[in-house]
Design a binder for this molecule. Structure first.
Ligand code: SF4
Ligand code: SF4
Length: 173
């Protein structure tokens, strides 16, 4: 099949357009008007004065992880490993230990998340059967000068945790 050729009509510029001067002046006028409008009226400014002013993230924002707590302040996690199994980035590292309370059985002796590897997919909180891990902290991870502070441990994760009212095994856990 023969190719269809469509001639392009090139527009001839008039002297006013080819000199560029009127358009440059028009652009400068818009910039100047916007400058004074923002300076005096403070309108239409989308820049926030961070960190004094912070934007509130939407409720569905997946932020830094937190480990939820029991009534007595202990970690709610039972080290079932479902979150680390579901994690596609393989960045959750848990070491389980026997709990002294036989009704709880296990707890995480070590619970670490490598935030530099995490892709914030939310699979871990979806997989958790006892509301022990959440990503609703509304915080994003802060920049650091080295890699190690991005590997957050149980204490840091529990620090921003809170009591959960979810029921475990039919009882409040
Ligand atoms: S958010 Fe996703 S990648 Fe990050 S720890 Fe959870 S499951 Fe893994
Ligand atoms: S956070 Fe939840 S899913 Fe992960 S090990 Fe603990 S109880 Fe299991």
């Amino acid at each position: 099949m023969a190719a269809t050729v469509r001639p392009v009509q090139r527009k001839e510029f008039k002297f006013r357009e080819s000199s560029y001067l009127p358009e440059v002046l028009r652009g400068l006028a818009i910039t100047t008007r916007q400058f004074w409008r923002n300076l005096v009226g403070q309108r239409d400014i989308v820049t926030l004065q961070y960190p004094e002013v912070k934007k509130r993230y939407p409720n569905r924002f997946r932020g830094r992880h937190r480990l939820m707590l029991r009534d007595d302040g202990q970690v709610r996690c039972v080290a079932c490993m479902l979150c680390s199994t579901a994690c596609p980035a393989n960045c959750i590292h848990i070491v389980a230990a026997e709990h002294t309370n036989t009704s709880i059985e296990k707890f995480p002796q070590k619970f670490e998340i490598d935030l530099l590897v995490c892709i914030y997919c939310g699979f871990c909180e979806e997989a958790c059967p006892c509301d022990a891990i959440r990503m609703d902290s509304g915080r994003h991870s802060l920049p650091t000068f080295s890699r190690s502070p991005q590997n957050i441990g149980k204490i840091d994760l529990m620090e921003i945790g809170s009591l959960s009212i979810a029921k475990q095994g039919g009882k409040n856990a």
